[in-house]
Design a binder for this molecule. Structure first.
Ligand SMILES: [Zn+2]
Length: 223
């Protein structure tokens, strides 16, 4: 059985915020986790030089990804704040999907209106679509169908939460992973927000003390 999970994030901490608890659970269940981080978040500070911050944030991602059980972390190093759906970005992501052949993909929710997140949602769906067919020669590898795609929430709660996953057993792992993004948590105490959102999702769904909410973008697609 295919047990590869691909998580795609625009910035180095998006995956942890959106689906870190669920990924920690899947890792425990012996799934192989691969992360794609599209930008290295070099714009995430008003006073640190971009080249310096980029290195810091990639190091933080590696440490945090390891805490969640990521087997591989791929940095696309697209420019933070300026990423676009271009021939190059679409080809790169399509090639990665064909190469690692994930069963399931986690990406930004369709309803996330933060511009960069929305672009990466669209880029993910475009790459998943073209990866499946016997076309698009610019991307290498053989066609691969992704069976399931879930859209996660970062700072804009999704309004159509179709799948709520109980992460009560993994909330502390999620928070520990997030704490490793010290360049960000030192500026803003977003750990409180992350824990609060998980508590809200758990309470409102009556599905555990803490939960993560997802849009169901593709479920049980042809593989
Ligand atoms: Zn982000």
């Amino acid at each position: 059985m295919n047990r590869t999970i691909l998580a795609i994030g625009t910035h180095p901490d998006d995956i942890e915020i959106g689906c870190g608890g669920t990924l920690a659970l899947l890792f425990e269940q012996d799934y192989k986790l691969v992360f794609v981080i599209v930008t290295s978040g070099e714009e995430g500070s008003i006073d640190r030089p971009k080249a310096h911050l980029k290195n810091i944030r990639e190091d933080e991602s590696v440490n945090s990804g390891r805490r969640l059980g990521a087997k591989e972390i791929i940095f696309l190093r697209e420019p933070d704040g300026l990423v676009q759906i271009s021939k190059e970005t679409k080809t790169r992501l399509t090639s990665i999907i064909r190469e690692i052949k994930p069963l399931t993909v986690f990406t930004h929710a369709r309803s996330d209106h933060f511009p960069d997140h929305r672009i990466i949602h669209d880029l993910s769906m475009a790459a998943i679509t073209v990866a499946a067919g016997p076309w698009y020669q610019d991307a290498h590898g053989n066609p691969h169908h992704v069976a399931n795609v879930f859209g996660y929430e970062v700072w804009n709660p999704i309004n159509e939460a179709r799948f709520i996953n109980d992460i009560s057993e993994h909330i502390e792992t999620k928070i520990e992973a997030l704490k490793l993004h010290t360049s960000q948590t030192n500026n803003v105490n977003y750990l409180t927000a992350v824990r609060g959102l998980a508590a809200y999702r758990g309470a409102m769904s009556m599905n555990g003390k803490f939960a993560e909410a997802f849009e169901v973008l593709i479920l049980g697609g042809i593989v």
